[in-house]
Ligand binder design. Structure first.
Ligand code: PMP
Ligand code: GLN
Length: 388
């Protein structure tokens, strides 16, 4: 086995979904909806299959989808995107993250990530021979109403070797939505140090007022140095379709495309056609999505609070981090295994999203997903109330 992957664990999602299945636990672990996306979009996929969209798509993406991505960027962010040269379609956001990292990072280059981080980020940097540099997101406290970072700590991570900063907003797993002032601070550092930014905005449509998603690429000075990544998985509840994309200048897109052409070459054609239709759904669809998730968030927060798990209410994405340190478990993995096996509710141990030497910052937390039907959430509630 090659050195670059030798130390990779099996992902925490695979481990805990298997454990949930084994114990028939209600799965609030891996973040995937247990309901389907819009009926008319499923029909669009069927229509594309029946209509013969069944051979290799254009490598950089079906024209219809690249145009829809550009229209969506203009509609929601006033961002002008050339669909012909500034969009690359990938196998989910996951492939876009891999492509951009392999496409930009030389051995020894540094990448700044906020911790906790989505688990593929650091794996990608490692595969590219790069070096991750961490900035800790800290939970709300007496002086901070939301998850926060120390500006000096972020500033100290910028060096002459920094290639890009990887920002995820809305953020998995904390639910933090970076506000304009924070994004302006990050932008000023990128500009001062001539560093690129990769913005993972897959939860762009899942925010809870008054929090609002701001696209990093729309902060002055950032358009020419940002690759924005999103996908159809979260916005349309089709995580299994694996249709994602990267948006950026032609030069940045070519770094993505050069990798993409030799990793997957192209993405499933019918699903691209259907996601193009999804991106053109009326504003009402997106408003309803956020409203529906807000209710689910409130339900989960209330239930965790009732059973003594001390939830930190998120401003976006579909996860709640809950504090479990007072319960006396050795760490988050032990707690989540116990919860899955003995209580019948699966959650994700967030130390999987921290570097080895920073795990102490996550070991008193557990991540619960609320992208689930109300009846799923209520059956988790019942089990927690009866057994915890
Ligand atoms: N980034 C973040 C922050 C995510 O939470 C996820 C999905 N869990 C992804 C990327 C991957 O997205 P996709 O399913 O489109 O590959
Ligand atoms: N993004 C999802 C989560 O955070 C899972 C994705 C995966 O299973 N790789 O739960």
């Amino acid at each position: 086995i090659a050195a670059r992957i030798r130390d990779f664990p099996t992902t925490v999602f695979t481990e805990f979904s298997a454990l949930a299945q084994k114990h028939q636990a209600v799965n609030l672990g891996q973040g995937f909806p247990d309901f389907d996306g819009p009926e008319e979009i499923r029909e669009a996929a069927v229509r594309a299959v029946r209509g013969g969209v069944n051979q290799y798509a254009v490598s950089s993406g079906a024209v219809v989808l690249k145009e829809a991505v550009a229209e969506h960027a203009l509609r929601f962010y006033g961002q002008k995107v050339d669909p012909g040269s500034e969009v690359i379609v990938t196998n989910g956001a996951t492939e876009a993250l891999f492509d951009v990292t392999l496409g930009l990072v030389d051995p020894g280059d540094e990448v700044i990530v906020f911790e906790p981080y989505y688990d593929s980020y650091v794996a990608n940097v490692t595969m590219a021979g790069g070096v991750p540099r961490y900035v800790l997101l800290r939970p709300p406290d007496a002086d901070h109403a939301r998850w926060w970072y120390d500006p000096a700590e972020l500033e100290a991570q910028f060096t002459s070797k920094t290639k890009f900063i990887l920002l995820n907003t809305p953020h998995n797993p904390t639910g933090k939505v970076f506000d304009r002032a924070e994004l302006e601070h990050i932008a000023s550092l990128c500009i001062r140090h001539d560093v690129l930014a990769v913005a993972d905005e897959v939860y762009e449509h899942i925010t809870f007022e008054p929090a609002r998603h701001v696209r990093l690429a729309t902060i002055p000075g950032m358009a020419e140095r940002t690759i924005t990544i999103s996908s159809g998985g979260k916005s349309f509840s089709f995580t299994g379709w694996k249709v994602g994309w990267a948006i950026g200048t032609p030069a940045l897109c070519s770094a993505v495309q050069k990798t993409h052409q030799f990793v997957t070459f192209a993405v499933a054609g019918p699903m691209q056609h259907a996601i193009a239709e999804a991106l053109r759904l009326p504003d009402a669809y997106f408003i309803e999505l956020a409203q529906s998730y807000r209710k689910k968030r409130d339900l989960l927060v209330e239930m965790l609070d009732t059973v003594g798990l001390r939830p930190i209410a998120p401003d976006g994405a579909y996860f709640v981090m809950a504090q479990i340190g007072h319960l006396g478990f050795p760490d988050d993995f032990e707690f989540c295994r116990y919860l899955t096996r003995d209580i019948g509710v699966a959650a994700i141990p967030p130390t999987a999203f921290y570097a080895e030497h920073h795990r102490v910052h996550g070991s008193h937390l557990a991540r619960f997903a609320f992208c689930k039907r109300d009846e799923t959430l209520l059956s988790a509630r019942e089990k927690l109330l009866a057994r915890l």
